[in-house]
Ligand binder design. Sequence first.
Ligand code: ATP
Length: 358
Amino acid sequence: MKSVRLEQITKMFGKSRAVEDINIDIKSGEFFTFLGPSGCGKTTTLRMIAGFYFPTSGKIAFDNEDITTVKPNKRNIGMVFQNYALFPHMTVFENIAFGLQVRKLSKSVIREKVEKAQEFVRLVGYGDRKITELSGGQQQRVALARALVIEPDILLLDEPLSNLDAKLREETRVEIKRLQVELGITTVYVTHDQHEAMAMSDRIMVMSEGEVQQIGTPQEIYNKPDNHFVASFIGESNILEGTIKEVSDNHVTVDVGDGILLKGIRENSSPHVDIAEDKKVSLSIRPEIIEVGKGSNSIQGKIQLTEFSGVSINYLVKIGNHELNVMIINSGSNILERGDSITLSIPENSIYFMSEKG
Ligand code: ATP
């Protein structure tokens, strides 16, 4: 399995810049995801790895071999698209066999490889079915088998689950991950769905407007977001703006207005933030780490909204001019209602400092 390196990749379409200065090292066997909202440049970047687009500037290498301008059919990649791109008039067998026939392998080798691929995606016995006689999930598995049967060095998946309903999406997600782990294949996955990205990936690249916002493991991206965009795009976060009042040893005290001072720990900060007195800073506080009752960073608030989801109780709490989302695991005890007073506390090591808005 090959590694993939993108060096200072920029892609222009006429005068408009689709992606700018992308630098990534995808390790051999890694499951690497491009995550971001529609139009942020995920597909464009993937298509450059596939060879359907050439970058305007920069270099792409597989295992240190420069393939920047190599044609797609010479890259040994398997690709699955959002709309599957299967041949509807052909059978399952013929669809899966297509790439092998192009490579002019013998009939017996083709049969053997296709049958193995059918086993992988759990479609044994479906060989003679027409594509139009399959469910969406089955069609997606044919597309996967077709991509895998050629034994690619790299598997590229562009929103492969987006045409499936919620339940099937979850099943297919598990299936893709199982296959990827079993085969150890270097995989680049494109999605705008943060849950999918978190559940499947070894590492995620978060993108916005053609630029990289952060690259990291799901835990790093979630627990240590580099900036506002990442903190708000991944999960739900309370983002407060403030001014650093005091820095002593490892503790940082921030004034977030309305007489509220919050204390955090210096090492819980993005490398891009300047921790020094009088500097502006943003704080990311995840709703699930806020506790009810007295503790460190105790604050008084009033419930604005209560939402019961079964697993959790979500409160919107007004504190001075701020509103905090608070998520409490349901333990069967009483639920507070709008207008009730509440005391909250925020553990010092759960506040993450990011650079000011941007
Ligand atoms: P989506 O999730 O909607 O597929 P994306 O993150 O994959 O979005 P891209 O398809 O890579 O985004 O598009 C990035 C930008 O480049 C967009 O502004 C898009 O309009 C533009 N773009 C993409 N392909 C072309 C093209 N062939 N010609 C001109 N502009 C393009």
